[in-house]
Design a protein around this ligand. Sequence first.
Ligand SMILES: Cc1ncc(COP(=O)(O)O)c(C=O)c1O
Length: 403
Amino acid sequence: MVNIKLSNRARNTPPSPIRKLAHLANNARRSGTHVYALNIGQPDIESPQEFFDGLNLFKQKIVAYDQSQGNENLCKAWSRYVNRTLQVQTSPEQFLITMGASEALVFLFMTCCDPGDEVIIFDPTYANYLGFAAVAGVTLVPILSNMEDNFALPAKNVIEQKITNRTRAILLCSPNNPTGTVYGRGELQFVLDLCEEHNIFLIVDETYREFVYDELEPLSILHLAPNNRRVIVVDSLSKRFSLCGARIGCLLTSNEEVLSTALHIAQARLAAPTIDQFASAHMLYNIKDDYLENARNEFQARRDALYYALREIPNVTVHRPKGAFYTIAQLPVDNAEAFATYLLSQFSCGGKTTFIAPAAGFYMQNSQGTKKARFAFVLKKSEIEAAIEVLAAGLLQYLRQQP
Ligand SMILES: Cc1ncc(COP(=O)(O)O)c(C=O)c1O
């Protein structure tokens, strides 16, 4: 064995709470159990035909690097798409194409912060923010939002107590992963005002922007602050168009300095994937509005199925999400991870079991999530209902076995 010390940076990066129990799910599958995967936000709706048409139209004889800031045609197509669907005025030069929202976030942490600088986030949070921050040497400062208040933003004085001279940004995710909360105009304006007052960036992760329910309209920070140089939008095609594997995202801002500085990092990694950018541009030019309308209706029906099914289980409290495709539920167990492990390794009902993500990994203050789990409603309605039935049976059996 080679005994060379590995970095604390990597070692201290927490494992993904979504994938942490994946080996148990694989074991269950191998032994013939059907696993309903409610743990991961991998949409099952077919990717748009327009994307595949774009792939077929790629006829170049060499798959060359594209430009570091992104394919010119894709920047145009994305800008036009955003302008048309959100009724805003962006220009292609405001886009920097990245390998998913993930890379955009890493670029932003590295561009806006020096090691040791701080970014405020609201807890629970998208767990991979912790990994991005670790890579960039950024300190995330969590502020708790409570399930009892529908994960509303904390009061001004609570947030201000956490702002220091190292704070560089507030990172907001709306619609939110893992809570499904959607912040309205008032909340966005509130955070924007705070950022103005304290002269820090506002980064808004709009990966799930179009997935809003109950007659809500997609809302972007660009609606409130179209040309504000402290505002940076992180966007992605992954969820919106079921294109997680294409790895296409972007950062979008009217701040030329952020763009040109982030470009230094983008140049170091050369370029985002050429063919996926080509196909994405074709798709964005040609996609029909009904693709997202249908997806949205489908996810709303699934949200309802999940919410009502969970509510039926005695002593389970569930948050009603307004967007994205996640919710958090509080379970009548001491430790949701132990219960999730039990479901995968010791329980099955008619040859089936359910995979949920323990919520502790979504809380920087882990103990806040000990009794909670995150549920992704990415399966068909009938499968969600079956998954929750199995979960309810598992819960009953699990509780019986507890001392
Ligand atoms: C809130 C949020 N931001 C960013 C990402 C990363 O998305 P991408 O596939 O575009 O890297 C995800 C993926 O689950 C997410 O939930």
